[in-house]
Every structure is written in C-alpha cells, then in structure tokens.
Design a protein around this ligand. Sequence first.
Ligand code: ADE
Length: 327
Amino acid sequence: MSRFHQDFSAIFDIRYLIFDVRTTNHELRTTILGVKHRMMKVTVLTLFPEMFAPLQESILKRAQEAGLVKIHLVDFRDYAASKHKNVDDVPYGGGAGMLLKPEPIFAAIRDLPQPEGKRRVILTSPQGNVFHQAKAEEWFEQDELVFICGHYEGFDERIRELADEEVSIGDYVLTGGELAAMVMIDAVVRLIPGVLGEDTSAQEDSHSISLLEYPQYTRPADFEGRQVPEVLLSGHHARIKQWRRKESLRRTFLRRPDLIKAVTFGVDDYPLLEELLLEHEEIAEWQVLWKHLCPRPKRRRKSLKNPEGKQSQELPLRELEVSEIDI
Ligand code: ADE
C-alpha cells in the first residue's frame, strides 16, 4: 500500500492485533471473539479526506472499531504529477470553471490494492442515477465499494470510464461528491449485520418495505396535554399492530403516494383501507391497487320463505385470483 493511503484510526491498527483479520475465499472476514463476520471495505478517492470526519462518530465509528467495515481514504492530489500538484484544468473549447484532470484519478485507482472479492467503483455526480434503498441493498453484497468524489465544476469525461456506475443522491447540485459519498456509505454500512443494535433493525426500514414508518411515542404518556394514542397504552398487541399498519398506510398515502404502488396489500389491510378511504377521500384514486381484495359476492339463500333467495349475506373477504382482476 502506498504512503498516500490513509487509514482512519490508530484504533484500527490495534484491532489488527486483537482480531484476526484474514482473507478466505476472496472475501474479507474478521474474527471477533471467535465469531467470523464479513468485513466490507470502503475506499474513497477525494481531495478532502478531512471532510469524512463524521464517519468517525457514533455507529459508523463503532462499526469500524468492531472490524465490520474498513474505510480507507485516498487523497488523489497525492497522485498529481505536476510540481504544484494540480488536479484541475480549464475545459477545452472554453467555458467557465475548471475540470478535474484524468491523470491523478486514474493513477490513484491503478494504485489501489487488488480487489479481494467483489468490488464496485462508483462515481458521485448529479448526472448519475438517483440513489435509493434498493441500491444500498445491492451494494451491501459487494466486498469493496470505491467512491470517486467529483469536485469543482465538473470532471474530464474520460474519468467516467473508471466507474461501474455513476450515482447521484438527488436532483440538486452539491459543491462536491464528498457529502453524497458519506450519505451512501452510511446507508450501506448500517445494513451490515451487527452494525445496528439488532440484526433485524435494518430490515424493518420504512423504505425497505416501501411503507413509511408509523408514528412512535415514548414517555411521558401526556406531554403538556399532547396525549399518546390510547391504543399504544392498551397492551393489546394485535390492536397495536393493526393501528401501526393503518398509520403507516395513512402516512404513505398522504406523504409519499409514489411508494404505494410497491405495497403488497393483504386481506387484513382491507378494513384499514376502507377506514382510510372514509378519512381521506384523496386515497380513492389508489383503490385499484387493492382491487384484488374484495368481499365475496353476496350469497342468495333460498328457503321456503324466500324461494328466490332474495335475502343476501355478505361473506368474509377473499383474495381474487390474478386472472379475476380487471385492471
Ligand atoms: N455532486 C454534486 N452534486 C451531487 C449529487 N446531487 N449527488 C452526487 N454527487 C454530487
């Protein structure tokens, strides 16, 4: 490894002594107290390594200390060949601003250690595909992520060929890719088992299940007259579960209706959806999405008094076969 590669902390070096870090089947693994864990490597090519100080706080700091992730910062200015370490230059053809030059970034990428497993190189740019939870989950399968942080007014087009993909964190322009890289690193690292308190926490994310999270409360039950909903104090688990599902649906319909299309509605949702329809008439436009849930057709009962079967009785909900759905 060259002198240009900076590791985050001395703690990390100490960890090498305490825990046995080894490579098995091209996968980085770390053994913590006898239990093997996968270790993800994240490499960031940036002109501003100091900007990544927030990754040394809180959960990400603990994840690094536990050997679940190794974050490696590379200042690609160190790879600039010129005496003044220039990393940018004026655009051919004229125009405002300076562009990142290809040579330092190519040299920095070429100097990275051989990948030990699956590696993805990501270029941060407002022109890329927009990052989302599914992308974080896809990258979580990789052994190493390499982020190239664009900066200044842009970069030489040839830099694009170094990347497997170009990713934006949203339709706005930042001063550079560092904040974007940090956002994406955080979203991926928290998926690694052991990084969050419980392994299940990440799986229950609102965006993973395409519903926004229901409102949550903690003590006191009455804060300056603002009451916690009664049902949450009831201890009635089934009712609480139902209330939470309904509130998640409500929030998603009202705040992020674009997510609703990905929701799988089950029979138990039907009464909740009926209630929500009465409470928010704008929800009606999405009714087609739960068309496959419908009350069974009314059954006519024939009897001596009613030989034509005129009385009807509504039967419980059923889910229609796909072939029965008229979309
Ligand atoms: N660099 C500048 N703006 C960006 C954005 N929105 N996403 C990723 N990288 C960027």
